[in-house]
Design a protein. Structure first.
Length: 127
């Protein structure tokens, strides 16, 4: 499972072996105990990657292998968008901060994490 955490300081992505249903159930249970609202809905998430990354072709192949709920969409000459289907978990319907969960095949999840980490490292080096 890929877990994308959207916070006030940006996006953080990680892989998890926990099933999304179990993770959502844990968050529901915690929210109930704390008396806090929790909003869960089917949703989409996207992030940009540089179009010049050589491994993009490998990612597209991995996504095509099992009709994945993800796609790589060209934006312009410099960037592509990785578009994912999954579940949005947040404090409310209009919250900007929350957690996005999706399940892809292992190869696709690994490549997405690797390419995102490479991009973060590249942006950090340029800053």
């Amino acid at each position: 499972m890929l877990k994308l955490n959207y916070t006030e300081v940006g996006l953080y992505m990680e892989r998890s072996l926990t099933a999304p249903e179990l993770l959502i159930a844990q968050h529901v249970s915690l929210a109930m105990r704390l008396g806090e609202p929790l909003y869960v809905e089917p949703s989409r998430a996207a992030f940009l990657l540089p179009a010049s990354i050589a491994e993009l072709a490998q990612l597209e192949l991995a996504l095509a292998q099992d009709a994945s709920p993800a796609a790589v969409i060209p934006i312009d000459d410099e960037f592509v968008e990785v578009n994912l289907s999954g579940s949005w978990v947040a404090a409310g319907q209009t919250a900007d901060e929350g957690m996005f969960l999706t399940v892809l095949n292992d190869r696709a999840e690994g490549l997405i994490c690797k390419l995102w980490q490479m991009t973060v490292a590249l942006v950090s080096a340029l800053a």
